[in-house]
Design a protein around this ligand. Structure first.
Ligand SMILES: C[S@@+](CC[C@H](N)C(=O)[O-])C[C@H]1O[C@@H](n2cnc3c(N)ncnc32)[C@H](O)[C@@H]1O
Length: 200
């Protein structure tokens, strides 16, 4: 049986390999994850909307094709800016016409500042950005700012990701406001934990 992009992304070993997979995946991403019942963006957007100010601009970091933006819009966020490392994913996000702005950034670029809320749905993740990105996102927030993020089962199994999260909570630099383990891609039996953090 031909392997799916979902199989390929978790098996990728280098940044270049992952970037190439997202480039090829952009055209069929929405369909592949929708068929598997992708629900993390909605769970995360709803959790964020309970804690963050929906009237100020939100950064959808690693917005991909815009499924996370659609969920944020449905949850009541009105001004959504998106960034991604893949021009092809951004082109798909642009078609949805829900973002105030969309920008391409390189993995080594600084996280855009000036946002009191950042959403990272499936981005600080096995198959995407490294664990250190969690700290970069928190550093870009002002005191009292909110970060919503998700770790899927692959990511939860990697101590580097869970360790990065625990370090930020344990040292008191961020408060955990919400954590819920639930469906991610129920069609393939994958779950995720969604978190809402507040920068102390
Ligand atoms: C699984 S997709 C999630 C997309 C979208 N947020 C969603 O929920 O559908 C992961 C996204 O992260 C982006 N990405 C991968 N590595 C990244 C990095 N180092 N920094 C920022 N974004 C990255 C990919 O291009 C891809 O669009």
């Amino acid at each position: 049986m031909a392997s799916t992009f979902l199989d390929r992304i978790y098996a990728a070993e280098t940044d270049d390999e992952r970037r190439q997979i997202y480039t090829e995946w952009a055209a069929s991403y929405d369909e592949e994850v929708s068929v598997a019942g992708y629900v993390t963006p909605e769970r995360l957007a709803n959790a964020l909307s309970d804690h963050a100010d929906k009237t100020t601009p939100i950064l959808d970091f690693g917005c991909g094709t815009g499924l996370s933006g659609l969920a944020l819009k449905a949850a009541g966020f009105a001004q959504i800016d998106g960034t991604d490392i893949s021009e092809e994913m951004l082109a798909k996000a642009r078609e949805k016409a829900i973002y105030r702005s969309l920008s391409h950034i390189a993995p080594t670029d600084p996280i855009p500042s000036g946002y009191s809320t950042i959403c990272a749905s499936g981005v600080v993740s096995a198959g995407a950005a490294p664990p250190s990105t969690l700290g970069d996102l928190l550093k870009a927030l002002p005191q009292g700012g909110h970060l919503g993020l998700s770790y899927n089962d692959h990511t939860l199994k990697d101590p580097a990701y869970t360790g990065a999260l625990n370090d930020w909570i344990d040292c008191g630099a961020t408060r955990l406001l919400f954590r819920e383990y639930g469906d991610h891609l129920p069609g393939i039996g994958l779950k995720s934990t969604v978190y809402v953090l507040e920068k102390a």
